[in-house]
Design a protein around this ligand. Structure first.
Ligand code: NAP
Ligand code: NAG
Ligand code: NAG
Ligand code: NAG
Length: 321
């Protein structure tokens, strides 16, 4: 019997379909955004990388709840298309596009300068933008481009908006990390592109570990301010996240994904849970799994001494000398 025959075997097909159904039911998690009646009228939210994927679904949810939503995107064309779509779908006109390239510290400073000039308050910041599988490239700031985009850019952006958030308290910061952080390592020379092997999602895994470490240290520093900071794993989601991988890899990801992975809307559940739910009020420094439950991240992500050091190094790297 050839492998094609195996594929057509009805027993195999039915059991796969059943398994997919079970996975589909389980991945919905224990919190349903449609059942959550929290309104965000009068609240301002920023979502980075909001033009596609999980970020777009998060922004849509905030828009439906009546928030003033700022889509922080790097492409004017892609951002404008999403802006129109969200306004049309929700009837909320208070949606705005602001451009930022997170891989550039100058661009982040320009973006936050404008936000601080224009916005009276900021209640929710979702650091969602991220990339995976990029080849080695050093930015003009001297950083590996993946570290700049996934970690150092969002780090600076968050820090520059902190005072505004403190004035707007209660306020929440939600950082999109990934379960991949468990395979990440901390080596501060990585920031500059040293000692990195650009094999598959290796670099991505490191950046996602730094996300949790710094979120936790930030949460500690923010204690008593009314601003919370948590990290979240959205699940395995069918988005453009694989765009820098070889065709065959993407093809396989999508084939399996149709059955087993989440849609972007489902991927937005756990980040939205952290950003709006009553359950998460006042909760800070935690890591939320894709089913909206709080779980422990990898041991390195819980090392408080390492976090102090990491945060200080990131502060130094992102402050203009
Ligand atoms: N999908 C998953 O299975 C999965 C699993 C775990 C964690 N995550 C995390 O979830 C987050 C969202 O991922 P996704 O799956 O929705 O990916 P996606 O579909 O590729 O969307 C990523 C977003 O980030 C933006 N972005 C990338 N580089 C940027 C830069 N330099 N400056 C500004 N924006 C930039 C992209 O803008 P352009 O469209 O202009 O490129 C896009 O809007 C990421 O942090 C990712 O690590 C995803
Ligand atoms: C989350 O916040 C921390 C602390 O500000 C920052 O270092 C990190 O880069 C952020 N993560 C993401 C995914 O933007
Ligand atoms: C990183 O690379 C430098 C040389 O670029 C080397 O001296 C150092 O030992 C390396 N560190 C690790 C942890 O491998
Ligand atoms: C990155 O993390 C994922 C998920 O834990 C793992 O499957 C993969 O092998 C890791 N990549 C590397 C290069 O360690």
């Amino acid at each position: 019997m050839g492998w094609l025959d195996v594929l057509w075997n009805p027993v195999w097909a039915i059991s796969t379909a059943l398994l997919a159904l079970v996975v589909r039911m389980q991945r919905r998690g224990r919190w349903d955004p449609h059942a959550c009646t929290v309104r965000l009228k009068g609240k301002t939210a920023i979502v980075t990388g909001a033009n596609t994927g999980i970020g777009k679904s998060i922004a849509l949810d905030f828009a439906r709840r009546g928030a003033r939503v700022i889509l922080a995107c790097r492409s004017e064309a892609r951002g404008t298309a999403t802006l129109k779509e969200i306004r049309e779908k929700t009837g909320n006109r208070d949606i705005h596009l602001r451009l930022v390239d997170l891989s550039s510290l100058d661009s982040v400073r320009e973006f936050t300068k404008r936000i601080l000039e224009e916005e009276k308050a900021l209640h929710i910041l979702v650091n969602n933008a991220g990339i995976s599988g990029l080849p080695r490239q050093i930015t003009k700031d001297g950083f590996d481009v993946s570290f700049a985009t996934n970690h150092l850019g969002p780090f600076l952006l968050t820090n520059l908006l902190l005072d505004l958030m403190k004035r707007s308290a209660p306020a929440r910061i939600v950082n999109l990390s990934s379960v991949n952080h468990v395979k990440g390592e901390v080596d501060f020379s990585h920031f500059h592109g040293e000692n990195l092997t650009y094999h598959r999602d290796n670099v991505y895994n490191h950046t996602k570990l730094h996300n949790i470490i710094c979120t936790n240290e930030l949460a500690r520093r923010l204690e008593g301010t009314g601003v919370t900071a948590n990290s979240v794993h959205p699940g395995v989601v069918m988005t453009e996240v694989m765009r820098h991988y070889p065709f065959m890899f993407r093809f396989l990801f999508n084939c399996i994904g149709i059955f087993f992975f989440k849609s972007p809307d489902e991927g937005a559940f756990s980040p939205t849970f952290c950003a709006v739910s009553e359950e998460m009020e006042g909760i800070t420094g935690k890591y939320c799994d894709s089913d909206c439950s709080l779980v422990l991240p990898a041991p390195l992500a819980r090392d408080a001494a390492l976090a102090v050091k990491d945060f200080e190094i990131c502060e130094r790297l992102t402050s203009k000398l």
